[in-house]
Design a protein around this ligand. Structure first.
Ligand code: NDP
Length: 487
């Protein structure tokens, strides 16, 4: 097995196994090959991970901020040196094309650790003058934070959670999706090499029951989940039972609005990136592409030409644009949506099937697909598909498109293409989303906050905002005179 780790879990600075946990296999989505065999965490493993994190957190919080910063920075450097090996592992874990993983996964994790190392060193509070008293505030760590990840970006999700958590002086116990168990283990090794205390970042494997046990563990101070809206609802409720802090990075059905004055090639490029990158398995994808009627047919013709040129294939081949979906189950789900699109009257512009031929025989491949004539009430315009399926909807006016774009329970992201600067900011201001891109799509540099409104989530990852979600404010009031008591 070409990606077998030394053991399933990484706790207190070492690989740990407990064969009593439910056995599961990790498969390479491009070939169906079993690449690792692991065990889900037992209650004993969960307790071991939590106890080690509690110990590590106490030590870590006593370090100087600049010492903590150094560890994060060293971890970022190690990741960059090993980018190629880590990207290959990410490709095996997820099936995403190496062309992507080399630039978007481990490297974005390194960016996150580097940027939050600077935040760690500069974390400070405020001083409030009060006449014959003053107060100051300190940002304190929460304690042990639990991270629970989805399968689309296993390295990036682990880093986006660990970097701000550790920067604020917390420890983390991370549970990857059981579909992608491998990458977070490498991150745990790297933290130890970078000089972190043993137990500061532990990884335990498992299914939803392990996530649920972590979310309600007596020593868990916070839960940060990246996952679907239904799972988010369950985890949020479970965390609430213990008044735990949460960050919820959930699903979306984001609108991307193309006005008639837009640069057409840029708008098409944005729509393709926002629907096909990572084989469409990105939470913030702009899956409802609203195009102004006057340019609709021109848009569709050119979009079809460019989509036809996408190269599906072996994810480890550097020329491949798109690999398979994560699993056969995910392909069935996406194909189900494509069938619904056809049955409900959408016009299939391109794709819509499974590619034929030997190269695709054992992988969960699917063609990049575009539907036109999509209406707001169709299933493919309402539900998150999580595959390379773009829905194009026509619109006439600005007011109309804003109302329709906002007519969803989700609110993760939004985008718009126009050359009219006033309209760009006016529309961005009215779109109900946690992040809005103007004349681009799906860029998430670590410097800017990322997260959703409405059912798409709560809290923010990245940017300075993330520090607020991994720390709590303590106020210290200091009297400068005597106590004025009436008693
Ligand atoms: P799921 O919601 O199915 O799972 C997410 C994680 O939660 C997995 O590790 C899962 O374990 C775990 N889990 C499942 N049930 C519970 C529970 N009751 N308590 C605690 N943990 C639980 O999402 P997917 O893995 O299918 O990922 C796809 C979803 O993630 C999409 O909706 C996508 O939009 C969203 N996502 C959001 C992002 C964002 O930043 N907003 C980014 C990326 C994805 P297991 O897998 O073992 O069942």
């Amino acid at each position: 097995m070409r990606a077998q780790p030394k053991a399933s879990h990484f706790i207190d600075g070492a690989y740990v196994e407990d064969a009593a946990g439910k056995a599961f296999e990790s498969r390479y989505a491009a070939t169906g090959e079993v690449i690792a065999k692991l065990h889900s965490a037992t209650p004993a493993i969960i307790d071991q991970a939590m106890a080690s994190a509690v110990r590590a957190q106490q030590e870590w919080a006593s370090w100087l901020p600049v010492e903590r910063a150094r560890v994060l920075r060293r971890a970022a450097d190690i990741i960059r040196v090993r980018n190629e090996a880590l990207s290959e592992l990410e490709t095996l874990d997820t099936g995403k094309a190496i062309q992507e993983t080399l630039v978007a996964d481990a490297s974005s994790g390194a960016d996150s650790l580097e940027w939050f190392s600077a935040q760690a060193a500069s974390l400070s509070g405020e001083s409030v003058p009060l006449g014959n008293a003053f107060a100051y505030t300190v940002r304190e760590p929460l304690g042990v934070c639990v991270g629970i990840g989805a399968w689309n970006y296993p390295t990036q999700i682990a880093c986006w959670k660990a970097a701000p958590a550790l920067a604020c002086g917390n420890a983390m116990v991370f549970k990857p999706s059981e579909m992608t168990p491998l990458c977070a283990l490498k991150l745990a090794e790297i933290f130890i090499e970078a000089g972190a205390p043993k137990g500061l970042f532990n990884v335990v494997q498992g299914f939803g029951d392990v996530g649920a046990a972590l979310a309600t563990h007596k020593d868990t101070a916070k839960v940060s989940l990246t996952g679907s809206v239904p799972t988010g609802g369950k985890v949020y409720a479970a965390a609430a039972s213990g008044m735990r802090h949460v960050t919820m990075e959930l699903g979306g059905k984001s609108p991307l609005v193309v006005f008639e004055d837009a640069d057409l090639e840029d708008a098409i490029g944005g729509a393709m990136l926002g629907n096909f990158y990572s084989t469409g398995q990105i939470c913030s994808n702009g899956t409802r592409v609203f195009v102004q009627k006057s340019i609709l047919e021109k848009f569709l013709t050119r979009l079809a030409e460019r989509t036809k040129a996408i190269r599906l294939g072996d994810p480890l081949d550097p020329d491949t644009h798109l690999g398979p979906l994560i699993s056969e189950g995910q392909r069935e789900k996406v194909m189900g949506y494509i069938e619904k699109g056809k049955a409900e009257g959408a016009r299939l512009v391109i794709g819509g099937g499974v590619p034929g031929g030997e190269a695709f025989a054992n992988g969960s491949y699917i063609e990049p697909t575009v539907f036109a004539d999509v209406t707001d009430d169709m299933t493919i315009a309402r539900e998150e598909i999580f595959g390379p399926v773009m829905s194009v909807l026509a619109f006439d006016t600005e007011d109309e498109v804003i109302e329709r774009a906002n007519g969803t329970e989700f609110g993760l992201a939004a985008g718009l293409f126009t050359k009219d600067i006033s309209r760009a900011h006016r529309v961005a201001g009215r779109l109900a989303a946690g992040i809005c891109w103007i004349n681009t799509y799906n860029l998430t540099p670590v410097e800017i906050p990322f997260g959703g409104v409405k059912h798409s989530g709560f809290g923010r990852e990245n940017g300075r905002a993330a520090m607020e979600f991994y720390s709590q404010v303590k106020t210290v009031h200091v009297a400068l005179g005597g106590v004025d008591s009436p008693y």
